[in-house]
Design a protein around this ligand. Structure first.
Ligand code: GTP
Ligand code: MG
Ligand code: MG
Length: 298
């Protein structure tokens, strides 16, 4: 190994040479290089205190991804299952996420208001969520798609939005669930007209131009005997994850002093991620799960 003008294996150096790296350190503080100042170019992206931090991910060009991987239309349960598996992995790995909501190729993760995770730095929070989600999506692919190979690496964009009040946060989640409803109703009628009604995609598009939700429900009901409300809840409502405490009892073999060893039931409470496919726009869900959100004035 050659260092400066000397060779380590040839014994002591014959003359001393200042190593080029040494010139890079300022004399006042040997621990700092003269390049250190570039740190000051970093912008402060600390999220405002007392706000919920929402990270929303969305699949990049999933219209193409779904086509290439032969997703079934309008909904592919393998794809939805994989999205949920990846979201669960994010919740389990990143502390402080209190609720997550997903539909289609997107998932929103809500960090609690008082979170100090990653010093509330938006870029850290967003990139950790996005990379944990993306790597999980690839990691668990085979569990859901079995014979369909993953043809290229998928990616997800991320954004951070802050919401100061419970009302704002609930309205945000309601907006995403309303989007799920509007898209799913449209896609369900559209693909029913094509798959069962024999229309071309252009004809189906024409048929639905200017129709309202009631018209779409009516087409499904009167022409295809389908009651939209009986369609699968996961497709109509999306997926909501929250943490729930569950009492779990296990039998443990224990030695009690002065007695024989025996089986003893031991109950402990465990936190688990629980999924729901229900309405989160109305009050009922929030009344049934009052501990998901912190009080506005706490
Ligand atoms: N067939 C099928 N397609 C799906 C399913 N879920 C998502 N997709 C596709 O993914 C798209 C998601 O929409 P967007 O996120 O708005 O569009 P995108 O193509 O991902 O484009 P960008 O998000 O802008 O990069 C849908 O329009 C569908 O084409 C599914 O279950 N089945
Ligand atoms: Mg997308
Ligand atoms: Mg999308």
């Amino acid at each position: 190994m050659v260092i400066g003008n000397t060779c380590r294996f040839l014994g002591r150096p014959r003359f001393s040479v200042v190593h080029p790296l040494a010139r890079l350190f300022t004399s006042s503080n040997m621990a700092k290089s003269k390049f250190e100042y570039v740190r000051n170019f970093e912008t402060d992206d600390t999220c405002l205190r007392n706000c919920y931090i929402v990270v929303r991910l969305d699949g990049r060009n999933f219209h193409r991804f779904a086509g290439q991987h032969k997703f079934t239309k309008p909904n592919d349960n393998r794809a939805l299952g994989l999205m949920s598996r990846s979201a669960r992995s994010v919740m389990e790995e990143l502390e402080d996420i209190v609720i997550a909501y997903g539909q289609s190729d997107e998932f929103s993760f809500v960090f609690k208001r008082s979170s100090t995770w990653f010093k509330r730095r938006a870029s850290k929070l967003m990139t950790h969520v996005a990379s944990q989600f993306s790597s999980s999506y690839v990691f668990y692919w085979k569990e859901f798609f079995e014979d369909q190979p993953l043809l290229y690496p998928p990616s997800f964009d991320g954004r951070v939005v802050l919401y100061p009040t419970n009302r704002n946060l609930k309205d945000y989640l309601s907006w995403r669930q309303a989007d799920c409803h509007v898209n799913n109703l449209y896609n369900t009628v559209f693909w029913t007209l094509v798959q069962k009604g024999g229309l071309t995609t252009a004809q189906a598009e024409d048929r639905l131009k200017g129709t309202l939700a009631a018209d779409k429900n009516e087409i499904l009901f009167s022409e295809f005997d389908i009651n939209y409300n009986n369609e699968s809840a996961i497709h109509r409502k999306g997926t909501t994850f929250i943490w729930e405490k569950r009492e779990e009892t296990v039998i443990k073999r224990m030695k009690v002093p002065g007695e024989e060893e025996k089986d003893v039931p031991v109950t402990s409470s465990r936190r688990r991620v629980q999924s729901y496919h229900c309405d989160i726009i109305g009050d009922q869900f929030w009344e049934e799960h009052p501990r998901v959100l912190e009080d506005d004035d706490s």
